[in-house]
Design a protein around this ligand. Structure first.
Ligand SMILES: [Ca+2]
Ligand SMILES: [Ca+2]
Length: 279
């Protein structure tokens, strides 16, 4: 087998593809509890193809990465790569801290994301969905956060669920902040469904409160205010109701699998979310 490295310049074409495989989130349905998250246990210094082969986060539509990539770079690739595990092997051998790679089985093209960063490669290129399937390393998000896809929207999120150390809202928020994160944003029904997939046993804080101004709920991420459309889609019937005039923080309520405002002093599990790292 002859492996060659070539450099190609590709015209910038942004294609929003709706294609998505049902198997696109190999890790999406798994538990992300802090206790079971052991991605940090994998060794980057001695990559084994089989060891990584089953744990890559597979994403079929790289177009969602476009906002995170430099606008114009030169893309180096390996050619004649026979399979995805070989691509993984060469990626990790060359870039031990690589966050992932693109692989196209049909063309045999393999491209580490380190090359997509193009730090030392001025030029022109953006990824097209047809260029391959994106694979991200298990610890792409770092700090025990897990990369997850929000439904099949192509949108990715880095989440970490703390399910064994209940805190009040303020302490939970502080802990997330210490990790460079926020209490999770649940602004869409797709995101709510993602929360439902792994929060199955206890009420948990999300990043939304009306602490500053009664009745004006503000999302921890983005700082935008809760809309009536979001209330209808995400909240339990009749909520938020500020019961007793003392409910200013929002929980994901396990009984109804919907949101509800409660007193901020309750000790609940919580979910942190942090921005996607630069690729
Ligand atoms: Ca309130
Ligand atoms: Ca309530």
């Amino acid at each position: 087998m002859i492996i060659t490295v070539v450099v190609v310049a590709v015209v910038v074409v942004v294609v929003v593809s709706s294609s998505s495989s049902s198997s696109s989130s190999t890790s999406g349905s798994s538990s992300i509890s802090s206790s079971s998250s052991s991605s940090s246990g994998t060794s980057r210094s001695s990559p084994t193809v089989n060891g990584y082969g089953n744990s890559w986060f597979k994403k079929t539509d790289p177009s969602s990465l476009l906002p995170y990539l430099p606008n114009r770079i030169t893309w180096s690739i390996w050619t004649d790569i026979p399979d995805v595990l070989t691509c993984a092997y060469f990626t990790l051998k060359t870039f031990p801290v690589s966050q992932g790679f693109l692989f196209n089985a049909a063309s045999g093209r393999c491209c580490p994301l380190a090359w997509l960063e193009g730090a030392s490669a001025p030029g022109a290129l953006t990824v097209q969905p047809s260029e391959g399937i994106l694979y991200l390393t298990p610890d792409f998000c770092n700090n025990g956060f897990q990369i997850m896809e929000i439904g099949t929207t192509g949108e990715l999120a880095c989440l970490r669920y703390f399910d064994n150390d209940p805190k009040n809202y303020e302490d939970a928020r502080t802990h997330c902040s210490s990790l460079g994160a926020y209490l999770v944003s649940v602004k869409t029904f797709k995101k709510l469904e993602l929360i439902r997939s792994f929060v199955t046993e206890a009420d948990s804080w999300v990043g939304l409160d009306d602490i500053i101004t009664e009745g004006v709920f503000v999302w921890a991420i983005g700082g935008d205010t809760l809309t009536n459309q979001q209330i209808n889609a995400l909240f339990d019937s009749g909520e938020p109701n500020d019961k007793g005039g003392n409910e200013h923080c929002v929980e994901y309520k396990i009984d109804d699998q919907l949101l509800n405002d409660v007193a901020c002093g309750f000790l609940y599990d919580y979910i942190c979310e942090k921005p996607l790292p630069a690729i």
